[in-house]
Design a protein around this ligand. Structure first.
Ligand code: HXC
Length: 257
């Protein structure tokens, strides 16, 4: 794996992906996104991986799509952009993704962070959609996921002015679940990921899918999906193990079955 993406683990069920293009504040070029998509493919197939953490550096999670690369693409180039498939790969990853965000999470960087299921931010984090300053607009969820995460008024403010919000505001708005000192962000994210990795994998997978669907479906459809998923779990050995372990006052040993 080229070193623009550092891969560690799995350790205690968690794999950590670190975006590593310090010379460009982790701007997301095709190669980096392709490596991330491939790494997620591997993590998806690896039963040792229960959850993943995506992080960047102390200065930048990612400062956006790579502007130099973008500038070289015309309309057809954008239409045929291979990065679209990489974004879709990230979006359909079935295991939980925890983002540990320090510094700039701008444009595609903010959009990548929003692909995570849980976001932990350092106090120095800045989330923004500055594309409008470049005469363009967000293209990987910055007008869609952002609305669902922070509401229309703040999303509109961010996307139309290009002004970023700080970690405190992101916490108030519900974009992130926790703010901590920048040095502790990755550790916190790994801790959460390890907690999740100890749970029953099929229950984790269906829980993630069910929560995600809350944004896409009306309440009646969402509740029906939840009920079906809940019913499916009744057929798993891990459910039996979880219930038995509770009654026998011991820790469950989940096997992903
Ligand atoms: C390519 C980038 C970059 C980017 C920073 N760099 N952001 N290169 N693409 N998105 C490079 C700079 O050119 C510079 O390289 C080096 O990283 C350090 O950046 P500086 O600007 O010198 O750092 P600083 O003064 O601290 O300012 C940080 C910053 C600024 C505020 C984050 O870099 C900035 O505004 N970056 C662009 C942010 C942005 O507009 N993002 C949205 C991109 S569009 P050199 O070689 O000069 O040292 C997008 C669309 C998504 O994301 C669409 C998805 C489909």
């Amino acid at each position: 794996m080229p070193n623009n993406l550092l891969v560690e683990g799995p350790e205690q069920g968690v794999q950590v992906f670190t975006l590593n293009r310090p010379e460009a504040l982790n701007a997301l070029n095709t190669e980096l996104l392709e490596n991330l998509a491939k790494a997620l493919d591997d993590a998806e197939a690896d039963r040792e991986v229960g959850a993943v953490v995506i992080t960047g550096s102390q200065k930048a999670f990612a400062a956006g799509a790579d502007i130099n690369e973008m500038a070289a693409r015309d309309l057809v180039g954008i239409l045929e952009d291979p990065r679209v498939a990489h974004w879709e790969r990230i979006a359909r990853f079935t295991k939980p993704i925890i983002a540990a965000v320090n510094g700039f999470a701008l444009g595609g960087g903010c959009e990548l962070a929003m692909h995570a299921d849980i976001l932990i931010a350092g106090e120095n984090a800045r989330f923004g959609q500055p594309e409008i300053n470049l005469g363009i607009m967000p293209g990987a969820g910055g007008t869609q996921r952002l609305v669902r995460k922070v509401g229309e008024s703040l999303a509109m403010h961010m996307a139309l002015t290009g002004e970023p919000i700080n970690a405190k505001r992101a916490l108030q708005a519900g974009l992130v679940s926790e703010v901590c000192q920048p040095e502790l962000t990755v550790e916190k994210a790994i801790g959460i990921a390890r907690t999740i990795a100890r749970k029953a994998p099929i229950a984790v997978r269906l829980t993630k899918e069910s929560v995600r669907r809350a944004n896409d479906m009306n309440l009646a459809e969402g509740l029906r999906f939840e009920r079906h998923a809940f019913t499916v779990l009744a057929g798993t050995a891990d459910r039996q193990e979880g219930l038995d372990a509770f009654r026998e006052k011991r820790k469950p040993q989940f096997k992903g079955q």
